[in-house]
Design a protein around this ligand. Sequence first.
Ligand SMILES: Cc1ncc(COP(=O)(O)O)c(C=O)c1O
Length: 351
Amino acid sequence: MEPHGGNLRRAKERYGLPAGGWLDFSANINPLGPPAVLKQALQQVVETKLQHYPDPESKNLQQVLAHHHGLKPENVLCGNGASQLLWLALAVWPKGRLLLPVPSFSEYERNARLWGHELEFFPARESEQFNFDLEELYRRLAHCSGLILGNPNNPTSTLVPKSDLIHLASRGKYMLVDEAFLDLTLDQEANSLAPLVNDFPNLIVVRAFTKSLAIPGLRLGYALAHETTLEAMKELQVPWSVNSGAQAVGEVFPLLTKYRENTRAWLASEPDYLWQQLNLLPGIKANPPITNFILCRYKKSAAHLAHALAKKGILIRLAGNFRGLDDRYFRVAVRLREENKRLLAALKKAL
Ligand SMILES: Cc1ncc(COP(=O)(O)O)c(C=O)c1O
Protein backbone atom coordinates (compact mmCIF):
# COMPACT_ATOMS: atom_id res chain seq x y z
CA MET A 1 0.00 0.00 0.00
CA GLU A 2 1.22 3.50 -0.77
CA PRO A 3 2.63 5.37 2.24
CA HIS A 4 0.94 8.56 1.02
CA GLY A 5 -1.88 9.56 -1.32
CA GLY A 6 -1.43 11.37 -4.62
CA ASN A 7 1.11 9.10 -6.32
CA LEU A 8 -0.10 9.43 -9.91
CA ARG A 9 2.89 7.68 -11.42
CA ARG A 10 2.15 4.52 -9.44
CA ALA A 11 -1.52 4.74 -10.36
CA LYS A 12 -0.55 5.02 -14.03
CA GLU A 13 1.77 2.02 -13.77
CA ARG A 14 -1.06 -0.05 -12.30
CA TYR A 15 -4.07 1.14 -14.22
CA GLY A 16 -2.78 3.04 -17.27
CA LEU A 17 -3.62 6.68 -17.87
CA PRO A 18 -7.41 7.32 -17.84
CA ALA A 19 -8.75 9.07 -20.92
CA GLY A 20 -9.98 12.13 -19.02
CA GLY A 21 -7.04 12.22 -16.56
CA TRP A 22 -7.22 11.23 -12.90
CA LEU A 23 -9.85 12.44 -10.52
CA ASP A 24 -7.70 12.36 -7.43
CA PHE A 25 -9.45 11.97 -4.08
CA SER A 26 -6.35 10.33 -2.59
CA ALA A 27 -4.48 13.59 -1.84
CA ASN A 28 -6.20 16.30 0.18
CA ILE A 29 -5.63 19.36 -1.94
CA ASN A 30 -7.77 22.50 -2.32
CA PRO A 31 -9.84 21.64 -5.44
CA LEU A 32 -9.98 25.30 -6.49
CA GLY A 33 -6.45 24.71 -7.77
CA PRO A 34 -3.52 27.12 -7.54
CA PRO A 35 -4.68 30.77 -7.79
CA ALA A 36 -3.83 32.61 -11.02
CA VAL A 37 -1.56 35.14 -9.26
CA LEU A 38 0.63 32.30 -8.12
CA LYS A 39 1.09 31.11 -11.64
CA GLN A 40 2.03 34.65 -12.69
CA ALA A 41 4.54 34.88 -9.84
CA LEU A 42 6.03 31.56 -10.94
CA GLN A 43 6.17 32.63 -14.55
CA GLN A 44 8.15 35.68 -13.54
CA VAL A 45 10.60 33.48 -11.69
CA VAL A 46 11.02 31.32 -14.78
CA GLU A 47 11.77 34.40 -16.85
CA THR A 48 14.09 36.24 -14.47
CA LYS A 49 15.40 34.13 -11.62
CA LEU A 50 16.33 30.63 -12.72
CA GLN A 51 19.93 31.57 -13.34
CA HIS A 52 20.39 32.75 -9.75
CA TYR A 53 20.42 30.92 -6.44
CA PRO A 54 17.35 31.51 -4.33
CA ASP A 55 17.75 33.63 -1.19
CA PRO A 56 19.05 30.97 1.22
CA GLU A 57 17.14 32.57 4.08
CA SER A 58 13.90 33.36 2.21
CA LYS A 59 14.05 36.78 3.89
CA ASN A 60 11.13 38.40 2.05
CA LEU A 61 8.89 35.42 2.57
CA GLN A 62 9.94 35.18 6.20
CA GLN A 63 8.86 38.78 6.72
CA VAL A 64 5.56 38.28 4.93
CA LEU A 65 4.77 35.27 7.11
CA ALA A 66 5.91 36.96 10.33
CA HIS A 67 3.64 39.87 9.55
CA HIS A 68 0.73 37.56 8.75
CA HIS A 69 1.04 35.78 12.11
CA GLY A 70 1.95 38.88 14.15
CA LEU A 71 5.38 37.43 14.99
CA LYS A 72 9.01 38.42 14.51
CA PRO A 73 10.89 37.17 11.42
CA GLU A 74 13.12 35.21 13.82
CA ASN A 75 10.05 33.13 14.71
CA VAL A 76 9.70 31.87 11.13
CA LEU A 77 11.68 29.21 9.29
CA CYS A 78 10.68 28.43 5.70
CA GLY A 79 11.25 24.96 4.32
CA ASN A 80 10.67 22.43 1.61
CA GLY A 81 7.09 21.55 2.50
CA ALA A 82 5.71 20.82 5.97
CA SER A 83 7.50 17.46 5.76
CA GLN A 84 10.93 19.05 5.96
CA LEU A 85 9.95 21.08 9.00
CA LEU A 86 8.54 18.01 10.78
CA TRP A 87 11.82 16.24 10.12
CA LEU A 88 13.86 19.17 11.46
CA ALA A 89 11.62 19.66 14.48
CA LEU A 90 12.10 16.09 15.65
CA ALA A 91 15.83 16.34 14.97
CA VAL A 92 16.43 19.15 17.44
CA TRP A 93 14.49 17.78 20.39
CA PRO A 94 16.58 15.79 22.87
CA LYS A 95 15.90 12.07 22.43
CA GLY A 96 12.95 11.13 24.57
CA ARG A 97 9.62 9.38 24.77
CA LEU A 98 7.02 11.06 22.60
CA LEU A 99 3.30 10.69 22.94
CA LEU A 100 1.70 10.19 19.56
CA PRO A 101 -2.08 10.12 19.10
CA VAL A 102 -3.01 7.64 16.35
CA PRO A 103 -4.14 7.20 13.68
CA SER A 104 -2.12 10.13 12.38
CA PHE A 105 0.14 11.21 9.51
CA SER A 106 2.80 8.50 9.16
CA GLU A 107 5.70 10.95 8.89
CA TYR A 108 5.38 11.77 12.60
CA GLU A 109 6.25 8.22 13.55
CA ARG A 110 8.85 7.79 10.81
CA ASN A 111 10.72 10.99 11.71
CA ALA A 112 10.51 10.38 15.45
CA ARG A 113 12.11 6.96 14.95
CA LEU A 114 14.71 8.32 12.54
CA TRP A 115 15.85 10.73 15.24
CA GLY A 116 15.95 8.09 17.96
CA HIS A 117 12.85 8.98 19.94
CA GLU A 118 10.75 6.32 21.62
CA LEU A 119 7.06 6.45 20.93
CA GLU A 120 4.01 5.91 23.05
CA PHE A 121 0.87 5.59 20.98
CA PHE A 122 -2.39 7.09 22.11
CA PRO A 123 -5.29 5.61 20.11
CA ALA A 124 -8.36 7.65 19.28
CA ARG A 125 -11.66 5.77 19.52
CA GLU A 126 -14.06 5.53 16.64
CA SER A 127 -16.92 5.56 19.16
CA GLU A 128 -15.77 9.10 20.03
CA GLN A 129 -15.67 9.99 16.32
CA PHE A 130 -11.88 9.72 16.60
CA ASN A 131 -11.66 12.69 18.94
CA PHE A 132 -8.87 12.23 21.45
CA ASP A 133 -9.61 11.96 25.15
CA LEU A 134 -7.78 15.12 26.11
CA GLU A 135 -7.75 14.63 29.86
CA GLU A 136 -6.20 11.21 29.39
CA LEU A 137 -3.74 12.68 26.89
CA TYR A 138 -2.82 15.33 29.45
CA ARG A 139 -2.26 12.67 32.12
CA ARG A 140 -0.19 10.46 29.84
CA LEU A 141 2.08 13.40 29.05
CA ALA A 142 3.32 13.24 32.64
CA HIS A 143 5.76 10.44 31.82
CA CYS A 144 6.57 11.55 28.25
CA SER A 145 9.00 14.19 27.06
CA GLY A 146 6.73 15.52 24.36
CA LEU A 147 3.70 15.29 22.12
CA ILE A 148 3.13 15.33 18.36
CA LEU A 149 -0.28 16.41 17.19
CA GLY A 150 -1.83 17.01 13.79
CA ASN A 151 -4.39 19.79 14.07
CA PRO A 152 -6.50 19.06 12.09
CA ASN A 153 -5.41 15.46 12.24
CA ASN A 154 -4.90 13.29 9.18
CA PRO A 155 -6.67 10.90 8.43
CA THR A 156 -9.42 11.46 11.03
CA SER A 157 -10.31 15.05 10.03
CA THR A 158 -10.66 16.02 13.70
CA LEU A 159 -9.48 19.12 15.53
CA VAL A 160 -8.45 19.95 19.07
CA PRO A 161 -9.74 23.41 20.06
CA LYS A 162 -7.20 26.03 20.99
CA SER A 163 -8.15 26.18 24.68
CA ASP A 164 -7.37 22.45 25.03
CA LEU A 165 -4.11 22.86 23.16
CA ILE A 166 -3.06 25.60 25.56
CA HIS A 167 -3.93 23.30 28.45
CA LEU A 168 -1.67 20.64 26.92
CA ALA A 169 1.11 23.13 26.16
CA SER A 170 1.02 24.37 29.75
CA ARG A 171 2.44 20.97 30.77
CA GLY A 172 5.75 22.43 29.62
CA LYS A 173 6.62 19.36 27.53
CA TYR A 174 7.91 19.48 23.97
CA MET A 175 5.00 19.96 21.64
CA LEU A 176 4.90 19.74 17.86
CA VAL A 177 1.61 20.86 16.33
CA ASP A 178 1.19 20.28 12.61
CA GLU A 179 -1.27 22.87 11.27
CA ALA A 180 -0.83 21.90 7.60
CA PHE A 181 -4.62 21.69 7.18
CA LEU A 182 -5.68 24.52 9.48
CA ASP A 183 -6.19 26.97 6.60
CA LEU A 184 -8.75 24.51 5.28
CA THR A 185 -11.04 24.77 8.30
CA LEU A 186 -13.77 27.34 8.79
CA ASP A 187 -12.35 28.77 12.00
CA GLN A 188 -8.84 28.88 10.57
CA GLU A 189 -6.63 31.09 12.70
CA ALA A 190 -8.94 30.89 15.74
CA ASN A 191 -7.47 27.47 16.58
CA SER A 192 -3.87 28.20 15.67
CA LEU A 193 -1.13 28.07 18.27
CA ALA A 194 1.02 30.29 16.05
CA PRO A 195 0.62 33.44 18.20
CA LEU A 196 1.83 31.55 21.28
CA VAL A 197 5.24 30.36 20.14
CA ASN A 198 7.02 32.96 22.28
CA ASP A 199 4.96 32.04 25.34
CA PHE A 200 5.80 28.34 25.05
CA PRO A 201 9.47 27.94 24.12
CA ASN A 202 9.00 24.17 23.69
CA LEU A 203 6.31 24.59 21.09
CA ILE A 204 6.87 24.15 17.34
CA VAL A 205 4.03 24.90 14.95
CA VAL A 206 4.34 23.59 11.40
CA ARG A 207 2.33 25.11 8.58
CA ALA A 208 2.15 24.63 4.82
CA PHE A 209 0.70 26.17 1.71
CA THR A 210 0.68 22.73 0.10
CA LYS A 211 -2.95 21.92 0.74
CA SER A 212 -4.59 25.32 1.08
CA LEU A 213 -3.08 26.81 -2.11
CA ALA A 214 -3.01 23.50 -3.98
CA ILE A 215 0.74 23.51 -4.63
CA PRO A 216 2.04 20.10 -3.51
CA GLY A 217 4.31 20.08 -6.56
CA LEU A 218 6.11 23.24 -5.46
CA ARG A 219 7.03 22.27 -1.87
CA LEU A 220 6.52 25.13 0.56
CA GLY A 221 6.02 25.00 4.29
CA TYR A 222 7.23 26.85 7.37
CA ALA A 223 7.75 26.41 11.07
CA LEU A 224 6.88 28.93 13.76
CA ALA A 225 8.72 28.64 17.04
CA HIS A 226 10.94 30.41 19.53
CA GLU A 227 14.01 31.71 17.73
CA THR A 228 16.47 29.48 19.61
CA THR A 229 14.58 26.39 18.42
CA LEU A 230 14.52 27.66 14.85
CA GLU A 231 18.23 28.44 14.92
CA ALA A 232 18.92 24.81 15.83
CA MET A 233 16.60 23.59 13.08
CA LYS A 234 18.23 25.89 10.54
CA GLU A 235 21.65 24.47 11.27
CA LEU A 236 20.48 21.08 10.07
CA GLN A 237 18.57 22.34 7.05
CA VAL A 238 19.92 21.66 3.58
CA PRO A 239 20.88 25.03 2.02
CA TRP A 240 18.49 26.51 -0.57
CA SER A 241 15.67 24.25 0.58
CA VAL A 242 13.12 26.77 -0.64
CA ASN A 243 13.47 27.40 -4.36
CA SER A 244 12.83 30.80 -5.95
CA GLY A 245 9.45 29.74 -7.31
CA ALA A 246 8.21 28.63 -3.90
CA GLN A 247 9.47 31.86 -2.31
CA ALA A 248 7.76 34.01 -4.93
CA VAL A 249 4.50 32.13 -4.55
CA GLY A 250 4.58 32.43 -0.76
CA GLU A 251 5.24 36.15 -0.98
CA VAL A 252 2.00 36.85 -2.86
CA PHE A 253 -0.03 34.96 -0.24
CA PRO A 254 -1.40 38.18 1.39
CA LEU A 255 -2.93 39.15 -1.97
CA LEU A 256 -5.13 36.10 -2.08
CA THR A 257 -8.13 37.45 -0.18
CA LYS A 258 -10.63 36.53 -2.89
CA TYR A 259 -9.22 33.02 -3.26
CA ARG A 260 -9.42 32.52 0.49
CA GLU A 261 -13.02 33.75 0.50
CA ASN A 262 -13.90 31.31 -2.28
CA THR A 263 -12.19 28.52 -0.37
CA ARG A 264 -14.21 29.35 2.73
CA ALA A 265 -17.47 29.38 0.79
CA TRP A 266 -16.64 25.92 -0.56
CA LEU A 267 -15.63 24.69 2.91
CA ALA A 268 -18.92 25.93 4.35
CA SER A 269 -20.92 23.52 2.22
CA GLU A 270 -18.95 20.77 0.54
CA PRO A 271 -17.35 18.66 3.30
CA ASP A 272 -20.71 18.38 5.01
CA TYR A 273 -22.49 17.51 1.76
CA LEU A 274 -20.04 14.75 0.85
CA TRP A 275 -20.04 13.38 4.40
CA GLN A 276 -23.83 13.12 4.45
CA GLN A 277 -23.99 11.55 1.01
CA LEU A 278 -21.30 9.01 1.87
CA ASN A 279 -23.27 7.98 4.92
CA LEU A 280 -26.26 7.22 2.70
CA LEU A 281 -24.28 4.57 0.83
CA PRO A 282 -24.89 1.02 2.08
CA GLY A 283 -22.06 -0.41 4.18
CA ILE A 284 -20.17 2.89 4.52
CA LYS A 285 -19.71 4.85 7.72
CA ALA A 286 -18.11 8.26 7.25
CA ASN A 287 -16.60 10.19 10.15
CA PRO A 288 -17.69 13.86 10.39
CA PRO A 289 -14.99 16.07 8.80
CA ILE A 290 -13.58 19.30 10.20
CA THR A 291 -11.52 19.89 7.06
CA ASN A 292 -11.21 18.85 3.42
CA PHE A 293 -11.07 15.06 3.78
CA ILE A 294 -13.22 12.32 5.23
CA LEU A 295 -12.27 9.06 6.88
CA CYS A 296 -14.65 6.23 5.98
CA ARG A 297 -15.10 2.64 7.06
CA TYR A 298 -16.55 0.03 4.76
CA LYS A 299 -18.18 -3.09 6.16
CA LYS A 300 -15.36 -5.23 4.71
CA SER A 301 -12.00 -4.65 3.01
CA ALA A 302 -12.09 -1.47 0.95
CA ALA A 303 -9.40 -2.73 -1.46
CA HIS A 304 -11.84 -3.82 -4.14
CA LEU A 305 -13.61 -0.44 -3.96
CA ALA A 306 -10.33 1.39 -4.51
CA HIS A 307 -9.52 -0.97 -7.36
CA ALA A 308 -12.90 -0.57 -9.07
CA LEU A 309 -12.72 3.22 -8.79
CA ALA A 310 -9.12 3.39 -10.05
CA LYS A 311 -10.13 1.47 -13.15
CA LYS A 312 -12.54 4.36 -13.78
CA GLY A 313 -9.84 6.98 -13.21
CA ILE A 314 -10.88 7.85 -9.63
CA LEU A 315 -8.31 7.53 -6.84
CA ILE A 316 -9.11 7.15 -3.16
CA ARG A 317 -6.67 6.57 -0.31
CA LEU A 318 -6.81 3.16 1.32
CA ALA A 319 -6.17 3.86 4.99
CA GLY A 320 -5.31 0.41 6.35
CA ASN A 321 -1.65 1.41 6.76
CA PHE A 322 -2.43 4.16 9.25
CA ARG A 323 -1.53 2.84 12.70
CA GLY A 324 -4.73 1.86 14.48
CA LEU A 325 -6.84 1.36 11.34
CA ASP A 326 -7.38 -1.74 9.20
CA ASP A 327 -8.17 -2.59 5.59
CA ARG A 328 -11.82 -1.52 5.90
CA TYR A 329 -10.83 2.13 6.17
CA PHE A 330 -10.34 4.57 3.33
CA ARG A 331 -10.01 8.33 3.07
CA VAL A 332 -11.40 10.64 0.44
CA ALA A 333 -10.60 14.28 -0.21
CA VAL A 334 -13.50 16.67 -0.59
CA ARG A 335 -13.56 18.16 -4.06
CA LEU A 336 -15.97 20.31 -6.09
CA ARG A 337 -19.67 19.35 -6.18
CA GLU A 338 -19.63 17.78 -9.64
CA GLU A 339 -16.50 15.80 -8.82
CA ASN A 340 -17.94 14.66 -5.51
CA LYS A 341 -21.02 13.48 -7.35
CA ARG A 342 -18.85 11.47 -9.71
CA LEU A 343 -17.17 9.84 -6.74
CA LEU A 344 -20.50 9.04 -5.13
CA ALA A 345 -21.91 7.58 -8.34
CA ALA A 346 -18.80 5.45 -8.90
CA LEU A 347 -18.85 4.24 -5.30
CA LYS A 348 -22.52 3.33 -5.57
CA LYS A 349 -21.75 1.22 -8.61
CA ALA A 350 -18.77 -0.44 -7.00
CA LEU A 351 -20.55 -1.38 -3.78
C1 LIG B 1 -1.00 16.23 8.26
C2 LIG B 1 0.03 16.45 7.20
N1 LIG B 1 1.07 17.24 7.47
C3 LIG B 1 2.02 17.46 6.55
C4 LIG B 1 1.95 16.90 5.31
C5 LIG B 1 3.04 17.14 4.32
O1 LIG B 1 2.89 18.39 3.76
P1 LIG B 1 3.93 18.90 2.66
O2 LIG B 1 3.48 18.35 1.35
O3 LIG B 1 3.82 20.39 2.76
O4 LIG B 1 5.27 18.41 3.02
C6 LIG B 1 0.89 16.08 4.97
C7 LIG B 1 0.80 15.48 3.63
O5 LIG B 1 -0.02 14.68 3.34
C8 LIG B 1 -0.10 15.85 5.96
O6 LIG B 1 -1.14 15.06 5.70
